[in-house]
Design a protein around this ligand. Structure first.
Ligand SMILES: Cc1cc2nc3c(=O)[nH]c(=O)nc-3n(C[C@H](O)[C@H](O)[C@H](O)COP(=O)(O)O)c2cc1C
Length: 184
């Protein structure tokens, strides 16, 4: 282990966002970092971690309330750390290529925290999932797995590289680069 500890927090109703978080964390653990993958509600604090990756499923155009609450509750300590966000939700075969902005309430918080980057990944819908709207979507042909794990791995590798560089710099005695300016 290289001494870097990463938190992967997620909010997921039906498990597909949790699987994305675990997949991203696996990429980090392969580089020798310690990883904790935890539902947002179970996170008491972030001080143990060098950096945080937060992901939320999107329902009705919104992030899950507990994920937004996570950003507010831990804002003070998140400000001192590198933070990456991802959202999971678009359904349909163009899901991977569609650019999706963050919901406004999340983008305001992301701006304040100066998050490093944001990714949107396709979602997954099973038959008989998601209540009446889920059934409607399933009948319309959207019950499928639109997650692209190759794309997810590329994003994970990119942010793992940034984290490893940052950690090596700090270990060599340098100050954290975080608030240095335009890289965010
Ligand atoms: C009722 C319902 C509403 C949804 N609304 C949205 C939405 O507004 N935007 C979006 O991108 N995806 C939407 N989705 C797709 C989900 O975000 C997708 O199924 C996601 O993978 C669910 O994540 P989870 O398994 O972690 O809960 C919706 C799905 C359901 C069932």
């Amino acid at each position: 282990m290289d001494g870097t500890r990463m938190l992967f927090a997620y909010s997921s109703v039906n498990g597909s966002t949790a699987e994305i978080a675990r997949s991203i964390a696996l990429t980090f653990s392969r580089t020798g970092m310690d990883v904790d993958v935890v539902p947002v509600a179970g996170v008491q604090g972030v001080r143990l971690y060098q950096a945080v990756v937060l992901g939320s499923a999107v329902y009705g155009g919104k992030w899950r309330a507990e994920a937004v609450e996570f950003l507010d509750r831990l804002a003070k300590d998140l400000l001192d750390r590198d933070v990456w966000l991802f959202q999971s939700g678009p359904l349909g075969h163009s899901a991977q290529s569609i650019f999706r902005a963050l919901p406004v309430n999340v983008s305001m918080r992301a701006e304040c925290l100066r998050v490093k980057s944001v990714a949107t990944f396709g979602g997954k819908l099973d038959q008989n999932q998601g209540g009446p709207m889920g059934h409607f979507l399933a009948r319309a042909g959207f019950a499928c797995d639109y997650r692209d794990f190759a794309e997810i791995r590329l994003w994970a590798e990119e942010i793992a590289r940034v984290t490893a560089t940052q950690s090596a710099f700090v270990r060599s005695g340098g100050a954290r680069l975080v608030r240095a300016g335009s890289s965010r």
